[in-house]
Design a protein around this ligand. Structure first.
Ligand code: GLN
Length: 542
């Protein structure tokens, strides 16, 4: 029988609840337990696929093609386990399932009500995910912050599950303790309010993870203990740290896994955070940096710059750098400036390697194509991911083969050289505006050309990688490309689709139709990112 740990957030969002959940998962796993994690997002969207990354961060894609919240990526990275569709809930998903069942007469004519039918659906989904993964612990992250109208029904589900399984459910609150500059003191009141709000939903948190920019002192601990009705030992200091990968280690300094196990009356089995500790040591001690540029467009929100849209790419770069005991130094480069001012392109020489990640829509595309031309000619290591690969194909068509109007059907349907196009079978669906069914999502098989850089990286003839795109390399142009030195390094055999392209006579130029970043893990960097960083290290910058 699984045990359930619900994690809710207090005071404000964006304080690292996902990382906290992922880290709790890691330390419980290090105690020898099987752990899985579920993300609940309170919005109506059935999945994250339809959301703008600047607003909501990266859309993470699982093996089974679920487009979900970026926190699921953190769970996979920290747990080193794949997460599947059952582990992702949104209000939209839950209501859709209940309404479908009602329409199918599955409620036997009775009145279907928000409470208890919605929380019951939530509970049955949580239990199902636990059963399917055979987990000892199911971590459930409730998105948003307590007190928000949107997540009430999920808190209600948590309360009801606790009522029916009193010994198998634990509540953790991740709360924020501000230290306002003008006061110069850490304030506990917002956390007290958050706990009271939870109390009014019938929930008493048993552990509080106290997020702040500095560690919690004993006076604050005592205050929270008295006002929020918890033992001092159950209030865990969680100050800001420079690397997210340090969080599990910090939690263990405060004996968090022991506290959790004690709540369930469980003993620790074996405690093994050795590899993780080693990783943290590398992160802390790496001196020499690797300068990597990411040329993209989903960075800006008002006056702020966000990295969340490319979080898996960034983490994959870090994993590969740590593998070589180097310090990643990642810069954001907005491609649009190269459209207005191509003379800026020479700044790319400052970097040891450049990544052009995935994307949708025309904005910034021509700037990225110009950047790729510069990287190709100046032999700067290049990794193109999904859209990045498609644009590398367009650049090659225009500037090496001489097909001046070469383009992707996504951007210019009138072009006479659609080197990136939709497959025949997608065309009728698109006409009917059935966009959802036209995306290639999730893991697909890819056969690697043994005479390629990619084979060198994977050391494997068959691999599986995750996709999220609508357009494909147009096979009509294949021969023409190969003659001019473009290597088709990976093919999906079922549909004969080009999955990887490379260039001859270049130190490292690889474009992948898939998103390798989704499969990179801190203790096991993705082979393509590893080779990309290896070649970037070799490059001395100007
Ligand atoms: N917009 C492109 C497509 O749909 C690439 C998508 C991506 O980069 N994820 O094919």
């Amino acid at each position: 029988m699984a045990r359930y740990i619900f994690v809710a957030g207090g005071v404000m969002s964006g304080i690292g609840k996902g990382i906290a959940v992922a880290s709790i998962g890691r330390i419980l796993k290090s105690q020898g337990y099987k752990v899985t994690a579920i993300k609940i997002d309170p919005y109506i969207n059935v999945d994250a696929g339809t959301m703008n990354p600047v607003e909501h961060g990266e859309v993470f894609v699982t093996e089974d093609g679920t487009e979900c919240d970026q926190d699921v990526g953190n769970y996979e990275r920290f747990l080193d386990e794949n997460i599947y569709n059952d582990n992702y809930l949104t209000t939209g998903r839950v209501y859709q399932a209940v309404i479908n069942r009602e329409r199918n007469l599955e409620y036997n004519g009775r009145c279907v009500e928000v409470v208890p039918d919605i929380p019951n659906e939530v509970i049955s989904r949580i239990k199902k995910a636990g059963r399917k993964t055979k987990a000892d612990f199911v971590l459930v992250e409730i998105g948003g912050t307590v007190g928000e109208y949107q997540n009430m029904l999920f808190l209600e589900a948590a309360r009801m599950l606790r009522l029916s399984h009193p010994n198998d459910v634990l509540f953790i609150l991740v709360s924020y303790l501000p230290v306002p500059k003008i006061i110069g003191e850490m304030k506990t009141k917002p956390t007290q309010y958050a706990v009271r709000t939870l109390n009014s939903a019938g929930i008493q948190p048993e552990i509080i993870l106290a997020r702040s920019n500095i560690p919690l002192d004993i006076i604050r601990k005592k205050k929270i203990s008295i006002f929020c009705n918890l033992n001092e030992s159950d209030i865990i200091s969680a100050p800001d740290i420079s690397s997210i990968y340090e969080v599990p280690v910090n939690f263990e300094k405060e004996d968090l896994s022991k506290r959790i196990l004690a709540k369930f009356g469980l003993k620790k089995k074996k405690h093994d955070l050795k590899d993780w500790n080693k990783l943290v040591n590398v992160i802390k001690n790496a001196k020499e940096s690797v300068k990597i540029g990411i040329v993209g467009k989903y960075f800006e929100t008002g006056e702020f710059t966000l990295m969340d849209s490319y979080i898996s790419v960034i983490e994959a770069v870090k994993h590969a750098c740590y593998y070589f005991k180097k310090k990643p130094e990642i810069s954001w480069i907005s491609s649009e400036k190269y459209e207005k001012n191509p003379s800026l392109l020479k700044e790319l020489k400052k970097y040891q390697g450049i990544i052009i990640p995935g994307g949708f829509g025309l904005r910034g595309v021509e700037g990225k194509i110009k950047a790729i031309e510069f990287l190709r000619k100046n032999k700067i290591p290049f990794l193109g991911l999904c859209l990045g690969m498609q644009l590398a194909v367009i650049e090659f068509s225009r500037n090496v083969i001489g097909l001046k109007d070469a383009h992707s059907a996504e951007f210019d349907k009138e072009s006479s050289n659609l080197v990136i196009d939709v497959m025949e079978e997608q065309k009728s669906l698109l006409k009917e505006k059935k966009y959802g069914a036209t995306m290639r999502l999730g893991a697909y098989r890819c056969e690697i050309n043994p005479k390629s850089l990619s084979f060198n990286a994977y050391k494997n003839k068959v691999i599986y990688e995750r996709h999220r795109h609508r357009y494909e390399f147009n096979n009509k142009f294949k021969e023409m490309f190969e003659k001019k030195g473009l290597v088709i390094a990976g093919i999906n055999p079922e549909k004969n689709l080009v999955e990887i392209i490379e260039l001859k006579n270049h130190p490292f130029f690889i474009g992948t139709q898939f998103h390798p970043e989704f499969k990179s893990r801190p203790l096991n960097p993705h082979p393509l990112f590893r080779e990309f960083i290896k070649n970037s290290i070799k490059r001395k910058t100007a």
